[in-house]
Write a protein that binds this ligand. Structure first.
Ligand SMILES: [Fe+2]
Length: 492
């Protein structure tokens, strides 16, 4: 019996993007179209929720699926694929039980408010994977990172930077690096013991140093931030938690967040040198992801993807996993925006791309500096949550698009051709789920010419469920022995 036969008699093509992948693979990819660039060697890691279920019990929120890492190893002439679930407590529990034991972001423990009262969500390690100290860290913003082996993807345990994280261990999924110093900056949105944004710097030896801790008593939720030479820049939308709903357990975490359009979005500038944080208010906006930020004289400039859809619609669509499977999926409307925060507290805004886009990326060697090009996953006119790669030249305002057909394409990562290559002189790597084939492919573009389509396409023999973020390293992962059939995974 398969999960399809049980629950999805009439699956819309879009909804294939959220189908689970219940096997763990390790194989050489044989089906390659085009020519792999021989100079592109290294390992691409991607992560996202691989399954939304606890045993046989289906979950319904996209944020609550178990984190699964996909590894693409490129040696210049071949591609090897491996995937592995992060062995979190949540994942391990689902191997032997059909009972929802942990509260999720959008999932409540059955049993009403009493079952959820003061319960924090279980860590599903599904949002980003980064390199740290010779290992990988699977990140999930409300709890500790999980350490992974960079070759085998085995889970090595939770990680708290020698006990230096806050009480809950919150460590956001969107750290940033200063390319001049090699330092990593990040934050944790800590609910307990008192709500605050804790900011951190991780030095090049891997040691974490707490920076400012900013009380956030109104409990706004924020997912990402940006780094300039002077500041950690937070964009605090009025996405405010209803504290009684949250604490009493009457609503899930995501259902206790309300967008207060009459309140301001606050740009919070936290000086990297330890100075007093500064807040500049602006009209309410809603976003998840920033691109980059930089200082321009006394001004601070930050790019982000602003959602134009209503919060309640975005929230509702996030809760449609394993539901409404006969209906098409509509990606939120959005605009790539630029905000300039003046020294006197005036904010100006400029739309950069008005077609629906998400997952903004750029050449990370330009973190903290002005970047010329932005690469995004976009929405074109066919099926799929995102079905195009979009590139923006901020000098000419030229927007180029590569349409991928009925697809669910993920965040495009830019890899420079050489360490000294010019901006845009390199490759774009993305994982694309071709919905009609119901198989995923690694697509590799010449970043300077995405309209020509991928220069190489490596077809997997299966799909990868829609995911979030990832990283590329020039270290070529060492191939392990094939993983035995996953008899640990629950039969469905
Ligand atoms: Fe994210």
């Amino acid at each position: 019996m398969t999960i399809d036969e049980v629950t999805r008699p009439a699956l819309h093509l879009d909804r294939r993007a959220y189908q689970p992948l219940l096997e763990e693979f390790d194989y050489r990819v044989d089906e390659i179209e085009g020519q792999l660039p021989k100079d592109l060697t290294g390992t691409l890691y991607r992560i996202g929720p691989g399954k939304h279920q606890v045993g046989r019990t289906l979950l319904h929120n996209v944020f609550d699926g178990d984190g699964m890492v996909s590894q693409f190893t490129l040696d210049g002439s071949s591609v090897r694929f491996r995937n592995r679930y992060v062995r979190t407590k949540h994942f391990n529990h689902g191997l032997t039980s059909n009972r929802i034991k942990y509260r999720g972001v959008g999932t409540q423990i059955p049993g009403g408010p009493l079952a959820n009262f003061l319960r924090l969500p279980g860590n599903v390690a599904n949002t980003n994977v980064i390199q740290h100290d010779g290992e990988l860290l699977a990140l999930w913003e409300m709890g500790k990172p999980h350490r992974l082996h960079p070759d085998t993807l085995d889970t090595l345990g939770e990680y708290d930077f020698d006990g230096r994280l806050g009480y809950l261990g919150a460590f956001s999924a969107h750290p940033k690096w200063d390319p001049d110093t090699g330092e990593m900056y990040n934050f944790g949105l800590d609910l307990l013991p008192s709500p605050r944004i804790r900011t951190y710097k991780v030095d090049t030896l891997g040691k974490l140093h707490p920076l400012a801790s900013v009380p956030m008593l109104d409990l706004v939720w924020t997912h990402d931030f940006a780094l300039t030479k002077r500041y950690m820049v937070f964009v605090l939308d009025p996405l405010v938690a209803n504290i009684p709903k949250l604490a009493l357990g009457t609503h899930s975490i995501i259902d206790s967040l309300d967008f207060k359009s009459g309140k301001a979005t606050r740009f919070l500038l936290v000086p990297r040198d330890g100075g007093t944080p500064r807040i500049v208010e602006h009209a309410a906006l809603l976003h998840f992801h920033v691109t980059n930020a930089y200082d321009d004289g006394d001004d601070v400039v930050i790019d982000l993807v602003r959602f134009d859809s209503r919060w309640r619609d975005i929230r509702a669509s996030a809760g449609e996993i394993n539901m409404n499977d006969a209906d098409p999926f509509t990606a939120p409307a959005s605009t790539l925006m630029r905000y300039r925060i003046g020294a006197a507290g005036r904010v100006t805004e400029q739309p950069l791309v008005t077609q629906s886009v998400e997952f903004p990326q750029y050449d990370w060697r330009l973190s903290t500096r002005e970047h010329r090009y932005t690469y995004l996953a976009g929405q074109a006119d066919t099926d799929g949550p995102h079905n195009a790669i979009v590139k923006v030249d901020h000098h000419t305002d030229a927007i180029t698009t590569c349409r991928l057909g009925a697809s669910a394409v993920g965040e495009p990562l830019f890899i420079p051709r050489t360490p000294d290559a010019a901006e845009d002189d390199g490759w774009l790597l993305a994982v694309n789920h071709q919905l009609e084939e119901h198989r995923s492919q690694l697509i590799i573009f010449d970043a300077r010419d995405i309209e020509r389509g991928p220069m190489a396409t490596a077809w997997l023999s299966h799909h990868i469920p829609w995911g979030f973020h990832g990283t590329f390293t020039h270290r070529v992962a060492v191939a392990g022995s094939p993983i035995p059939l996953p008899d640990e995974l629950p039969a469905l």
